[in-house]
Design a binder for this molecule. Structure first.
Ligand SMILES: Cc1cc2nc3c(=O)[nH]c(=O)nc-3n(C[C@H](O)[C@H](O)[C@H](O)COP(=O)(O)OP(=O)(O)OC[C@H]3O[C@@H](n4cnc5c(N)ncnc54)[C@H](O)[C@@H]3O)c2cc1C
Length: 294
């Protein structure tokens, strides 16, 4: 049953769900009756058509979550008259290692690392928005960037992060004893890394914000050996979805509940608002009960 897929649902004339149609792994079809249906099918990140229509900025981005999340529950709820909200919202990430598909731990940036594009120029305040960083990264040439850090930061991160250990194991971390050596192993143009690092150093020493508004007074300066991981922007999961009331019951536009349809987790609208920048880490499947007035 864990590999079975619900392909359809059945409802009576009062919009009361009476059962679902299931396709089993051996391709047999089963029909299961129900008194109540709880939707737990998450969002529509795995449905390219919906992403292209509702979140066009991510239509060419990698989707880094469960491929089975194709928006089925949202579409069924809508078919029964359920209301949806904030369908353009999603959690993104600007630092998914490519081609390794491993998340680069954010502390590498918080503790002093920085991002450059393949022309070796910084292009954003790296810490301005962890979810929204996917947009500026994807806007760079080839949709690529490099997370630049040093051996000390990587070692610290190894102690805490499974992802960091995986990056090490698969050889995603490139190293150089000088900026020029790192540029060579990353096939980057020579000279710019030192310039970007010097500019950060000057902002740190002068206690002023750099040209992107980032202040560097906390983290220490990077020290040789230097490290870099190639990354791209990705979509993790969508944040919009069915509107529910305080009982997790799916509601219509006029706020009346559907008789026996419930929704939780990523299939229900979360608290991100309408944009990628509204995502709150740790609150991704937090469903937001709507007020009773439309
Ligand atoms: C890389 C990554 C990192 C994350 N980190 C965090 C974090 O640090 N903190 C946090 O709070 N959240 C995090 N999240 C988000 C969190 O994982 C999701 O919000 C949560 O898993 C959603 O739970 P869910 O039960 O709604 O959906 P899911 O866990 O996605 O489960 C939905 C399931 O439904 C199945 N399904 C869909 N349609 C059908 C169908 N028609 N028939 C049968 N099965 C179907 C899918 O195959 C899937 O198995 C992260 C997500 C990603 C991708």
């Amino acid at each position: 049953m864990t590999e079975a897929r619900v392909t359809d649902f059945y409802a009576d004339k009062n919009d009361c769900v009476v059962g679902v149609r299931i396709r089993c792994p051996d391709r047999s079809i089963e029909h299961v009756g129900c008194e109540t249906l709880v939707l737990a099918t998450c969002g529509f990140g795995g449905n390219n058509e919906m992403i292209t229509t509702l979140i066009p900025e991510m239509s060419d981005a990698r989707y880094f979550c469960h491929e089975g999340n194709r928006g089925d529950g949202i579409l069924w709820g809508k078919a029964l008259g359920g209301a949806v909200g904030d369908m353009s919202a999603y959690q993104g990430l600007g630092t998914l290692a490519v081609p390794h598909q491993i998340v680069v731990p954010h502390p590498l940036l918080i503790e002093g690392g920085f991002l450059v594009n393949i022309e070796e120029r910084r292009f954003a305040h790296e810490l301005s928005n962890i979810s929204g960083m996917c947009v500026p990264v994807l806007a760079q040439a080839q949709g690529l960037a490099w997370v630049v850090s040093d051996e000390c930061l990587n070692r610290d991160s190894l102690e805490h992060s499974v992802d960091q250990r995986k990056l090490e194991e698969v050889g995603a971390i490139r190293r150089g004893n000088s900026w020029a050596a790192l540029e060579r192993v990353c096939n980057l143009p020579l000279g710019s890394l030192r310039r970007e690092n010097d500019e950060i150093g000057a902002a740190r020493a002068g206690n002023y914000a750099d040209r992107f508004g980032r202040r560097h007074e906390g983290p220490a300066a990077l020290k040789s050996p230097f490290c870099a991981v190639r990354v791209t922007g990705a979509i993790f999961h969508t944040q919009g979805g069915l509107l529910i009331d305080g009982n997790a019951q799916v509601i219509r536009d006029d706020r009346s509940p559907l008789p026996n349809l419930y929704a939780g987790g990523g299939v229900a609208r979360s608290i991100s608002g309408k944009r990628v920048t509204g995502y709150l880490p740790g609150a991704s499947d937090f469903a937001w009960p709507s007020p009773s007035e439309p």
